[in-house]
Design a protein around this ligand. Structure first.
Ligand code: 2P0
Length: 338
């Protein structure tokens, strides 16, 4: 039996989005991406490997996952298979007990797979004593879910797409720590906490196959990466916000033009977009970004949070608002969930 190990990883929101894989098995993206890791929104995971377990046992948010399920196969099951292939001396003949909890709605466009697989990779590293570097941890997390490779780091993070077929150069690196830009804020407006209909994994595959705009989207990425990175380093909020907003709309244009169409927005999503545009006209500097779900994330600086939150109340149908700041690296904890 291995030691019991636990880890906590924060979620992240992309400022330059990842959408589309060049290799589905190794989760290698067509494009690089940049994100900000969020405080307050995290996954806490405890892992133990043992020869005494007859099979893997996975409990997420107090619910046992059926390991015959195709969703399990596609996510945690696939990750454990990769882990056992990569580290046969450590993990091959052991079954795992994994207990994991999110402190936010799963599968509602808040990137639960990002924090989930970052926490799982770090907990496995600790339990199996793999002694992985941050780079290797980022690669391991990526094999669970692409966006998870970014949640290994706190602050502002770039996932370089890499060029090698085996994925050895496709991992995340930190651009700046959270202390670099402490007044950066992300206001998350939850417009619906229902599970989304189309998972990112299936959605992005279909976009790559069918959207005529996918090629054009890829052509815009390198410039967006350059500008957002410059904006982060120089703390130029207008530059980061404006490029992130346009990048989000370009990604959604590839989703909307997928066959069949992928439309993650609801009525409140559009209302908040319009509110953000109005606020900017009034001199309140803020920008929106939206991922694979109907939630809207408003980017702003601390000085405008109060005004923006007050005005969001104009929009009906908002279920919840979470105000977040740049968060920490994924970390090991002694608090175990079993
Ligand atoms: C992102 N998203 O960069 C983009 C923006 C959604 C929209 O990363 O198949 O859950 O596990 O690699 O990481 C969501 O995709 O997909 C995502 P997989 P993942 O944050």
């Amino acid at each position: 039996m291995t030691k019991k190990a636990s880890a906590i990883a924060n979620s992240n929101i992309a400022l330059v989005k990842y959408w589309g894989k060049r290799n589905e098995d190794l989760i290698l993206p067509y494009n690089s991406s940049i994100s900000v890791t969020l405080d307050k929104i995290y996954t806490h995971t405890t892992v133990e490997f043992s020869e005494n377990l007859k099979r893997d046992i996975i409990i997420i948010n107090d619910k046992e996952i059926n390991t015959q399920d195709s969703e399990y196969e596609e996510y945690v099951g696939r990750f454990l298979k990769k882990l056992r292939e990569l580290y046969p001396n450590k993990a091959k003949n052991l079954n795992a007990k994994i207990v994991s909890r999110n402190n936010f709605p799963t599968a509602a466009g808040l990137a639960s797979s990002a924090s989930g697989f970052a926490a799982l990779a770090l907990a496995c590293n600790e339990a199996l004593e793999l002694n992985l570097s941050k780079k290797e941890l980022s690669i391991l997390a990526r094999l669970g879910s692409g966006s998870a490779c970014r949640s290994i780091y706190g602050g502002f993070v770039e996932w370089r797409k890499g060029i090698f077929e085996d994925g050895r150069d496709s991992y995340a690196e930190q651009i700046a720590t959270k202390e670099h830009w402490p007044d950066f804020r992300i206001i998350i407006c939850i417009t619906s906490s229902k599970e989304k209909k189309i998972k990112s994994r299936a959605g992005m595959k279909q976009t790559v196959l069918t959207s005529p705009f996918y090629k054009a989207w890829l052509e815009t990425i390198e410039e967006d990466i350059r500008l957002v990175k410059k904006g982060i380093i120089e703390k130029d909020f207008k530059l980061v916000g404006s490029v992130a907003e346009l990048n989000c709309l370009r990604m959604h244009s590839t989703m909307i033009t997928t066959k069949p169409p992928i439309i993650y927005w609801n009525g409140a999503t559009i209302e908040i977009i319009n509110l953000v545009l109005r606020l900017r006209e009034e001199g309140i500097e803020c920008y929106f970004t939206i991922d694979a779900g109907p939630q809207v994330k408003i980017l702003c600086l601390e000085e405008f949070v109060k005004d923006i939150v007050e005005r969001i109340k104009e929009v009906n149908e908002i279920e919840n608002i979470i105000i977040t700041s740049p968060g920490d690296d994924a970390k090991v904890t002694n608090e175990h969930l079993f």
